[in-house]
Design a protein around this ligand. Structure first.
Ligand code: FAD
Length: 476
């Protein structure tokens, strides 16, 4: 009797405990991925994520195929699709790696109970987080709301298990129905807004492993300082691969430790990198304990915040036409590649929320649709962190000055000039504040308001306005 392996956000064959367990059982393996946008509370992927998903599924289907297993694609609520497949294949067992977004966890728990009641064995495994949300607790036994003690508690646990190798060939099951990936039309046709993505990204497990190796070779040493520089390749760019589980956090964690032991990076660089990986864990911890993280303020006092409705400013922000070059560069990088550097994400998010006083949920939704790494935990947790409404958030009164941020983290203006070509002729000294450099702009042939936008807001005025708005949340 076969065993069903249900793939979800773990689109890989190495360090996949559920697949390894199925392979070790010696039984025929049925592999399935379910497009479930119907179960209550499940958040359908945004457009850029659908693009990624198409490539990830194609790649997984290929690596399973070389092992003798067909990846079946089905759509519908998992509560119906999985039991149907169990019946059709006469399977005796279903295995999966656990997932942690609350709505998905509810679906899984109900399904496990349903299958068990029918005498079907269910095996579930830890694979997507180094520490599952309930494995890390405060001394009082509750969830964490502050990052540093969470990090400490996570690192004090027994070391994360070493990653598992990919299993070899397995017996498959022929003749089961599958939908066709192309029929799902996950990738855009016309207009093809994802045309710029393949130049930047290769989807799939093999590419994720190559990305990790390249990072260890080139950027882990120096990570602690270069990670804040959008003009350098200072980070791993593993986020979409981690999001879709093309690589596991166990694989990344252990590779970083090995690099440290081999003297390829300092303890400071490795510790910083691991701390960033643990921010991802913290986001899932928050989401698990605050299921409405994407729609409700983590700190309820922000419910009183006087957000402005300003569709034209929102549109200018989305399109990278705010008149602040570092903001516009980031938003255009996002639109063209489905990615934005972390430092710039913080700057553009702060700009939307504090300079424009537009609700963080608008920004979160835009990122959800346009990021290839759009993550159900990291995205809302990071937006709330920047907005000041989140857990362990930056203080609200810390309002990034987009000009100073640009000058500090993109000192030669290389990042801005890459994404805002209108400003290529402007000297580096003025590129982050073109509105303050009329003669230099004239020399560079740039007319503000024609070639490049006049700033949507003045920094000083916007800052005062944001602080006044904040006062509302402080009232008892
Ligand atoms: P690296 O620096 O190489 O870090 C390695 C891995 O650690 C990342 O791949 C990621 O999984 C994790 N990580 C790094 N920084 C963070 C962080 N601050 N918070 C949580 N995890 C982190 N990250 C997402 O994965 N998905 C999102 O939807 C997302 N939305 C964000 C929205 C805003 C407003 C902000 C400020 C940040 C957001 N981040 C998000 C976090 C961060 O920007 C990205 O994880 C990072 O830029 C990915 O690049 P990298 O893989 O090169 O990171």
């Amino acid at each position: 009797t076969p065993v069903v392996v249900w793939f979800r956000d773990d689109l890989r064959v190495s360090d996949h405990p559920a697949l390894s367990a199925a392979a070790a059982s010696g039984r025929p393996v049925v592999a399935v991925w379910v497009r479930d946008e119907e179960s209550p509370g499940v958040r359908p992927p945004g457009a850029a994520s659908r693009w990624w998903l198409a490539g990830a599924l194609r790649s997984l289907a290929h690596s399973l195929g070389t092992r003798g297993v067909t990846l079946l694609l089905r759509h519908g609520p998992a509560a119906r699709v999985i039991p149907d497949l169990v019946r059709e294949s006469s399977a005796a067992e279903v295995v999966w790696n656990r997932r942690y977004a609350p709505a998905e966890a509810v679906v899984d728990a109900a399904l496990a109970a349903d299958l068990a009641s029918q005498g079907i064995a269910v095996g579930t495994f830890q694979a997507g987080l180094l520490a599952e949300p309930d494995q890390v607790r405060t001394k009082a036994g509750g969830p964490f709301g502050v990052f540093t003690p969470f990090l400490r508690a996570l690192l004090a646990r027994p070391a994360p298990r070493p990653p598992l190798p990919a299993p070899g060939a397995m017996p498959g099951v022929a003749g089961l129905r599958s939908e066709a990936l192309d029929d799902w039309a996950l990738e855009p046709r016309a207009p093809d807004w994802a045309a710029g993505f393949p130049a930047v990204w290769t989807r799939g497990e093999a590419a994720a492993q190559e990305k990790l190796a390249a990072f260890l070779d080139r950027a882990l040493a120096g990570y602690a300082s270069d990670r804040d520089r959008p003009d350098r390749i200072g980070t791993s760019r593993l986020s979409p691969h981690l999001r879709f589980g093309e690589i596991s956090p166990f694989q990344v964690f252990h590779a970083a430790l090995v690099a440290r032991e081999a003297g390829r990076a300092t303890a400071q660089d490795v510790d910083k990198f691991i701390a960033e990986l643990v921010w991802r864990e913290f986001s899932y911890h928050l989401l698990a304990h605050h299921p409405r993280l994407a729609t409700e303020n983590y700190q309820p006092r922000f419910d009183a915040f006087p957000w402005r409705s300003d569709p034209s400013a929102l549109h200018a922000w989305q399109r990278g036409k705010t008149g602040y070059p570092i903001v516009d560069a980031g938003m255009r990088e996002l639109w063209t590649t489905g990615y934005m550097h972390n430092r710039v994400r913080m700057v553009v998010a702060s700009f939307l929320v504090k300079h424009l006083l537009i609700d963080w949920r608008e920004g979160e939704r835009w990122f959800w649709d346009t990021l290839v790494d759009a993550d159900p935990a990291n995205n809302p947790a990071s937006w709330q962190w920047v907005a000041g409404s989140g857990a362990d958030a930056a203080p609200y009164f810390r309002i990034f000055n987009p000009v100073l941020q640009g000058e500090k983290f993109d000192p030669d203006g290389a990042y801005v000039k890459r994404w805002v070509p209108e400003l290529r002729g402007v000297p580096a000294k003025f590129v982050h504040a073109p509105f303050a450099a009329t003669p230099e702009l004239r020399t560079a042939g740039v007319t503000l308001g024609t070639d490049y936008p006049v700033p949507l807001v003045d920094h000083k005025i916007a800052r005062e306005r944001a602080l006044a708005a904040l006062a509302v949340t402080k009232r008892p």
